[in-house]
Design a protein around this ligand. Structure first.
Ligand code: FMN
Length: 152
């Protein structure tokens, strides 16, 4: 079966951030979903080669920043290069969430999470997080919906 079938699934576009000591990083992710109401759990599916993969495993915190429709440029900034060699936050304003993970104040909303579980699922790892703080920062805006034509 070809991965083109995933075109049938609708996703937002998020910058998933974390902090380990002095190191902050973020990566664009669209494989993000809600998974439970009690407790409030969310899931991000991350491929093991991503720098964020190991950072989140070690820090056990992450924040999901939901981008707005006019923020495709931020999705590209965090989605095409690895934070292993560069600081993707250079020149960007950010705030620390309750967990210490970076929040982009211009994003539509954020969900700040503590890692509760990880599961290997094929060639990705599912990171399950309990939401400890969340806010719609710009209620007059809307979340960005992923479209291939914006990114590839
Ligand atoms: C629109 C878009 C969506 C993406 N979604 C995911 C995703 O859900 N999971 C994933 O592992 N990588 C995803 N990526 C790829 C990572 O963002 C990319 O490999 C990034 O450079 C990883 O950064 P890091 O090495 O600093 O963690 C996506 C990239 C783009 C442009």
């Amino acid at each position: 079966m070809q991965s083109v079938v995933f075109d049938a699934l609708v996703h937002g576009v998020y910058v998933v951030t974390t902090r380990l000591g002095d190191k902050v990083n973020g990566m664009t992710a669209s494989w993000v979903s809600q998974v439970s109401l009690k407790p409030l759990l969310v899931m991000v599916s991350i491929a093991p080669p991503r720098y964020s993969h190991d950072l989140i495993k070690e820090s056990r915190v992450f924040a999901i920043n939901a981008l707005r429709p006019d923020q495709v440029d931020l999705g590209k900034r965090f989605g095409y290069k690895s934070g292993r060699q560069l600081d993707k936050f250079a020149g960007l304003d950010w705030l620390a969430a309750a967990t210490g993970a970076p929040i982009l104040p211009q994003a539509y909303a954020y969900l700040d999470c503590r890692l509760t579980d990880t599961f290997t699922a094929g060639d990705h790892t599912l990171f399950i997080g309990e939401v400890v703080e969340a806010k719609i920062l710009h209620p007059q805006a809307a979340p960005l919906v992923f479209q291939k034509s914006d990114f590839f």
